[in-house]
Each structure stands twice: as structure tokens, then as C-alpha cells.
Ligand binder design. Structure first.
Ligand code: 5AD
Ligand code: SF4
Length: 506
């Protein structure tokens, strides 16, 4: 699903934790002795959400976020397996923790998420300093698992001869959990959300698609959708708690509901149900598969004004030969026909894509077709990845025959083509007033940043921190390569000069 980004790290907020459900009984009450955790998260938005759920659960148990990893007695890593690079970063982190554990035998080290699922055996047998290995489908009782490992470690450390601590310290007997209580049962703690007004909600877990390069069906298992009523209840709770922008998550989110036989559950119906929540202002969903972009969903996009005006619809390649080899299940012609249908009904929706370059057998001519396809569709944004063989996938049996320098070249060429398109979209915004949801400090010095309904990033001067999480009109004054600069307007400017996105696209 979605694209994978860098690591996100949970840091201490120093706020009080609420109590929920059965966690009340087992809660560690003394803040002086409360264990301190540190969680680093790699990977996609689904992983970010999972990390939030894990943190909620630990805080409900009485754990506190540590100021830094070095200050934590429980170090957790939520991992991603989608490409080798993401895994390498985790292996290197685990190597450092192994050294630390030689002198801190009580330290609890936990590997969570996709790598836990994928490398369970290896972690159990070859990484004795890892105390817990928890796959993505077993986060619902993560607090019990962590607590169990913590108590075992404390016991072992107490029993251990002092001299032994000079040697390799083995974990407390790894608690491995790969099938358990789903994290979606966790009551969420508002204080660990990155932004109070924004929330991710997982509508389905797993993936049943046959894409040859992808490890996700292995790490995340079969598709399991959550019933509409549960999702409406969760979103109502979140909105009651200050959320105004919800992003629905699923590996193939627009296939939502196909496993819920007899319930007539589709993404379009779900969007309509959530759209009715009065205080909700924006509703997005990622990531969609081209094969499930149907008229029902297009109608919903056209008719529901709160639905975000972008569609993440990864094409992966612009060559029919490569698409066939990848078993994507569509041709470029079919992709184009679907988006024409979409644009006929909802012309303001912008398209985002993912592309893989250097897939086994991809020729220079195939790649040229991908560049031409990207330009023809006119994507507003694309993530470009170099093919990375994932053991256990069908494509891993094929020779990885595009040399690394050629993969690099294709990556750079496709990115440059996308940047040119993105810059055009940004330039078209100059002089327009757009409504942004203010997210907080921007990377451009001293400014705030916010996102438009098209997911465009705008930086602007503002010093009033109370405005973070609110919506504001901004006049776009300058286009940068990946974002825009603007000036904050009085609230009534939003209505007067609202950007016509179709115009911006043209
Ligand atoms: N190699 C490179 N990129 C990959 N992706 C998925 N699997 C691989 C792989 N083996 C990319 C796809 C997907 C995005 C999340 O990651 O483009 O859409
Ligand atoms: Fe997300 Fe796991 Fe896939 Fe990475 S491998 S993108 S974390 S589902």
C-alpha cells in the first residue's frame, strides 16, 4: 500500500494517560517506576497507524514514552519489508541494540510488524537479544506481550551471575506472536496522534492481489474488511474527539468489503456513510487498485464534497509487457479508460501513482513507455522505486537483470519527468486562494505548513500555534519544486477566491 517513508520516532509528551477497558486493572500506577518505551516506526501509513495503536495500548497499561531511545527500557521497532533498504536499516539498528544489551540485560527489544512476520524464524534463532517478535495481526494484546518479556528479563537479570553480563546476553525467551488479537480493537489515545485533527483509520487488513514483486500478501495475510457499522462508530468517536480529517487505509482500499459477503459493503457506501458525520471536513482513502475503480466509486467521488480531491492509483509501469509480467491485471489502455471515466465525472480529482523501475526483463523501450505514460496521464505526484527482489515472492525467482546503475538512471529520469509535472501543478496554483488544514511547523524556516484538499503542501507565515489543526485560506504566491509558498488570508477569503481545482489542473 501507499509509499514507504523514513522512520518516525515516538517521543515523550509528558501528558497524562487515560484509562480504558481492562487495561485499568493491570495498569502500572506509579509514574516513578513506570517502564519507559521507545518506538521507531518504518514503512507505510498502515505502519504509522499500527504504531499509534501500539503506543495507545502501552500508555493505557501505564508505560511512559521515553525522552530518547537511550533512556528507554523497552525498545520497539515497527518494521517494513517492502524493499530491502527498509529491512537493512532495521538489521543495523538491531546490531546496535545487541551491543547495548550486553551491559543492560533487562532491556526489552521488540521487533514488530512486517519483518517480524517475514523473518520470525531467523529472529527467533539468530537474534538472541530480541525478546519479542510480533506480527501486524497481533497488536491487540501487545501490552501483555511486552509486560511478559519485561518481567522475564527482570527475573533472569536478577538470577544472573554478575560475571555473565560481560558475555552475550540472551533474551528472556522470545515471545513470538503472529496470530492474535487485531490492533483494530485498541481504543485509541488521542495524545499519540501526530495531529489532533487528523487520523488514519484502517478499513481492511491484508491483500489478496497476485502482484509478483510484492511481499505484502505474505506479511499481512488475506484481506479482512471491517464492517461499516464499526467504522462509522470509530470515526464518530474520533470526530467527537477533535478529528476533522480522516484517511481510510487499506492495501487495496477500493476492494474494501469484497470479503464481507451479504453485507453490501463497498468503499463508495462507506464513504457515503462517513460523509454524513457533521463535524468531519475531509475524508481521504489510500491506496486504490486500478481494477477496482468502478462507476460507483467515481460517482461517490463526484458527489461527496468532503472527499479529498486526489486518488492514489498506482500504475507501477507504463509497459503492457511489464504489467503482464507483474500480474497487475490491467493494461495501460484499460488504466487510461478508467481514468477517462473518472475525469468525465469528477474532473477536479488529481492522480497520484507509484512506479517500479528495473523490474526483471524491463527493457529500455519498456521504460520509455513508462515515462510517456506518466506524462500522458499527467500525475500530480508519483513515488518511484527501484525494483528490490523480495525472497518468497514470485518475481524473486526471476533474474534481477537490470543493472543497478541502469535502475538508478531510470529512477532519476522518471523522477525528473514527475517533478516537471508537479512543478506545473504548483505553478498553476500561484495567485489562487486555497483552503489548507494547518499541520504545524514547516520545513521552510519559521513558517507553518498545511495541506490542501488535493494534498498539496503550502508553507506560510503564522505564529499562532492555536491555529494548528484548523482550516485557513492561503493565497499562493510562489511555486517551489515540491510545494508552494503563500500568505495567510482572512477567513472570508476562502469563499471569495477558492481555487477551482479543475482550472489548476488544465
Ligand atoms: N520493489 C520495489 N518497489 C516495490 N513496491 C512494492 N514491492 C516492491 C519491490 N519488491 C512499491 C510499489 C508499491 C509501493 C508501496 O512500493 O510501487 O505500490
Ligand atoms: Fe506497509 Fe508492510 Fe507493505 Fe511495508 S511491507 S508497505 S509496512 S504493509
Amino acid at each position: 500500500m501507499g509509499a514507504c517513508y523514513g522512520a518516525r520516532t515516538a517521543v515523550a509528551s509528558g501528558r497524562n494517560q487515560p484509562l480504558h477497558g481492562d487495561a485499568r486493572d493491570r495498569r502500572i500506577c506509579d509514574p516513578m517506576t513506570a517502564p519507559k518505551y521507545h518506538l521507531t516506526s518504518y514503512g507505510c501509513q498502515m505502519n504509522k497507524l499500527d504504531s499509534e495503536l501500539v503506543e495507545s495500548k502501552l500508555r493505557q497499561r501505564g508505560y511512559q514514552a521515553a525522552e530518547s531511545e537511550a533512556a528507554a527500557s523497552v525498545v520497539l521497532i515497527n518494521t517494513c519489508s517492502v524493499r530491502q533498504h527498509a529491512e537493512d536499516r532495521v538489521w543495523s539498528k538491531l546490531g546496535k541494540l545487541r551491543i547495548r544489551k550486553r551491559t543492560e540485560p533487562q532491556l526489552v527489544v521488540g521487533v514488530l510488524g512486517c519483518m517480524a512476520q517475514e523473518h520470525k524464524r531467523y529472529l527467533l534463532s539468530r537474534m538472541p537479544h530480541v525478546d519479542l517478535v510480533v506480527g501486524p495481526s497481533a497488536f491487540g494484546d501487545i501490552d501483555d506481550t511486552v509486560e511478559q518479556a519485561r518481567q522475564k528479563n527482570a527475573q533472569l537479570a536478577a538470577e544472573r551471575e554478575p560475571a555473565r553480563t560481560k558475555h552475550e546476553v540472551h533474551g528472556a525467551g522470545v515471545v513470538s506472536v503472529d496470530q492474535g488479537v487485531s490492533g483494530d480493537t485498541i481504543v485509541r489515545d488521542v495524545k499519540v496522534r501526530p495531529h489532533r485533527s487528523q487520523a488514519f483509520v484502517s478499513v481492511m487488513r491484508g491483500c489478496n492481489m497476485p502482484c509478483t514483486y510484492c511481499i505484502v500478501p505474505t506479511t499481512r495475510g488475506d484481506e479482512v474488511s471491517r464492517p461499516i457499522a464499526d467504522l462509522v462508530a470509530e470515526c464518530e468517536r474520533l470526530c467527537g474527539d477533535g478529528v476533522t480529517e480522516i484517511t481510510l487505509l487499506g492495501q487495496t482500499v477500493n476492494a474494501y468489503g469484497r470479503d464481507l459477503t451479504g453485507q453490501d459493503a463497498t468503499l463508495a457506501r462507506l464513504l457515503r456513510a462517513l460523509h454524513a458525520i457533521p463535524s468531519l471536513r475531509r475524508l481521504a482513502f489510500i491506496t486504490s487498485h486500478p481494477n477496482f475503480l468502478n462507476q460507483e466509486l467515481i460517482d461517490a467521488l463526484a458527489e461527496l464534497p468532503k472527499v479529498a480531491r486526489y486518488l492514489h492509483l498506482p500504475a507501477q509501469s507504463g509497459s503492457n509487457a511489464v504489467l503482464k509480467a507483474m500480474r497487475r491485471g490491467y493494461t495501460t489502455e484499460r488504466y487510461l479508460a478508467r481514468i477517462e471515466q473518472l475525469r468525465a465525472k469528477a474532473p477536479d480529482i488529481e492522480l497520484h501513482s507509484d512506479f517500479i523501475v528495473g523490474y526483471p526483463g524491463e527493457t529500455a523501450a519498456d521504460f520509455d513507455q513508462t515515462v510517456a505514460f506518466l506524462q500522458r496521464v499527467g500525475f500530480a505526484q508519483s513515488y518511484v522505486f527501484k525494483y528490490s527482489p523480495r525472497p518468497g515472492t514470485l518475481a524473486a525467482d526471476l533474474p534481477d537483470d537490470v543493472p543497478e546503475p541502469e535502475k538508478e538512471r531510470r529512477n532519476a529520469v522518471l523522477l525528473a519527468a514527475q517533478e516537471e509535472l508537479t512543478a506545473g501543478f504548483n505553478r498553476a496554483m500561484v495567485g489562487k486562494v486555497v483552503e489548507v488544514l494547518i499541520e504545524g511547523d514547516s520545513k521552510v524556516d519559521g513558517r507553518f505548513s498545511g495541506r490542501t484538499a488535493h494534498h498539496r503542501l503550502v508553507h506560510f507565515e503564522c505564529s499562532d500555534r492555536d491555529r494548528i489543526g484548523t482550516y485557513a485560506p492561503v493565497l499562493v504566491t510562489e511555486a517551489l519544486a515540491h510545494s508552494c509558498l503563500g500568505t495567510l488570508q482572512r477567513d472570508d477569503a476562502a469563499q471569495a477566491g477558492r481555487q477551482d481545482p479543475a482550472e489548476a489542473h488544465a
